[in-house]
Ligand binder design. Structure first.
Ligand SMILES: C[S@@+](CC[C@H](N)C(=O)[O-])C[C@H]1O[C@@H](n2cnc3c(N)ncnc32)[C@H](O)[C@@H]1O
Length: 399
């Protein structure tokens, strides 16, 4: 539906539930009741908690810039070596001590740093992972682009094609015919390096979530620089592996795989899953952080191609961040909703939506696998239990 078409208002919901929700709205917005709730011993804890949550929401943009400031000053790596004094850091970073102290004290408040005596700072509980994982620091730096795109959220909603984030992901233009011109190779290298540095957490989640030793040959579609297939090769020495990605990325992956001495174990297949056949022979196909980059029509086509490429009994493992993983909207959801909008393609889907798409593509026994950190990726598994009539290759451009 075009955004400019007149919208017919939906019929008003009726019934007991709706009337109750409207009554609660009236209570929650009543100034008199608000004042009473703030004073009453029974409710003031709730009022306090909500005020705090709302303030944190309003101030969230400052929090993320405090984080970015710390990353740019390499504070986490430096403080992991030893605590530093304010004067020491101010001198090194050429920032007036009184100004730098605001950043450091803000980072203490956000648990990124910890005060270790007067004017002395060390790592805080939330800073420790940032010191250890370059992938998180890379994402914080990368998010500076999203931050610029979000400075006017309504402009982004009205014209996502104007987002700077769009330029980061050349394949989003090609899949829907917006551009025919080949993107420069360095654009593929840039996003691939970012993905490789943030993939570690997803790899851990997948290795813990499924027993890969019962497979013979695994194909990773949209495999980036090959971090996942290399991790599988090292963990399961009997497993044969295949990797498929767009030609510029496949070329980079082939080099990385060779650098790790794994060329004999991992075949690289350059190609587009939207236009080329998937290499046959795998009894497990993995799709890691790929579906959310693509519109429904492309995902339908890809899932069907995966189903066609598997033997009966073969399986698909799909891993990516998903909406409402615990059954209700969660705080990571807004990040992915807006990231994918600025990126210019795809959308955040719930496990139920993805399971529906997998089922439509022909998969049976579609289920969620247990996972510890759904913010990195939730895992879905499905099995091919029967052959379907060969797919006709529906156009991906009609979304
Ligand atoms: C978000 S990245 C994820 C990479 C990797 N799976 C990971 O988790 O780090 C999506 C990957 O899909 C690849 N891709 C996008 N469109 C593709 C297509 N039409 N055919 C093959 N690969 C594609 C991209 O080049 C990129 O490597």
């Amino acid at each position: 539906m075009s955004a400019l078409q007149p919208v017919t208002p939906p019929a008003a919901a009726s019934g007991w539930g709706e009337r109750w929700a409207r009554q609660v709205d009236r209570w929650m917005t009543s100034p008199a009741l608000g004042q009473w709730a703030g004073r009453s011993v029974f409710t003031r804890w709730l009022v306090k908690r909500r005020s705090r949550q709302l303030f944190d929401l309003m101030a969230g943009f400052v929090h993320s810039q405090v984080l970015l400031g710390c990353v740019r000053l390499q504070l986490f790596e430096r403080l992991a070596e030893r605590p530093h004094t304010l004067d020491e850091m101010a001198q090194r970073d050429r920032i007036p001590p009184a100004h730098l102290q605001r950043l450091l004290d803000s980072a203490v408040a956000l648990q990124l740093l910890e005060q270790r005596g007067p004017g002395r700072y060390g790592l805080g509980p939330l800073g420790a992972p940032l010191a250890v994982h370059a992938g998180i620091r890379d994402m914080v730096e990368h998010n500076a682009t999203l931050y610029r795109d979000l400075h006017d959220p309504l402009a982004l909603l009205r014209d996502p094609d104007g987002a700077q984030m769009h330029a980061w992901w050349p394949y989003t233009d090609h899949q829907d015919g917006r551009s025919q011109a080949p993107a420069p190779a360095n654009q593929f290298a840039r996003y691939s390096a970012l993905m490789a540095s943030s993939q570690r957490f997803v790899i851990d989640e997948m290795l813990a979530g499924h027993d890969f030793s019962r497979h013979r040959k695994v194909l990773d579609v949209g495999g980036g620089l090959g971090g996942w297939v290399c991790a599988l090769a090292r963990r399961h020495p009997a497993l044969a592996l295949m990797h498929m990605d767009l030609p510029p990325v496949s070329q980079l992956a082939r080099q990385r795989i060779a650098d790790q001495g794994l060329s004999a174990r991992i075949e690289c297949h350059p190609g587009s899953f939207l236009h080329d056949p998937l290499p046959p022979g795998a009894d497990l196909i993995t799709l890691v952080r790929v579906a959310h980059d693509h519109p429904d029509a492309a995902v339908r086509r890809l899932l069907r191609a995966i189903h066609d490429a598997l033997p009966v009994g073969g399986e698909l493992l799909l891993a990516e961040p998903m909406a409402e993983v615990e059954g209700q909207p969660a705080t990571p959801d807004p990040y992915f909703h807006f990231y994918l909008l600025a990126m210019g393609s795809g959308r955040l889907r719930s496990p139920a939506e993805l399971m529906q798409l997998m089922t439509e593509a022909g998969f049976d026994q579609v289920r969620r696998l247990p996972g510890h950190q759904p913010v990195h990726a939730a895992l879905l598994m499905g099995q091919k239990t029967r052959c379907l009539p060969l797919s006709t290759g529906a156009s991906v451009n009609k979304e």
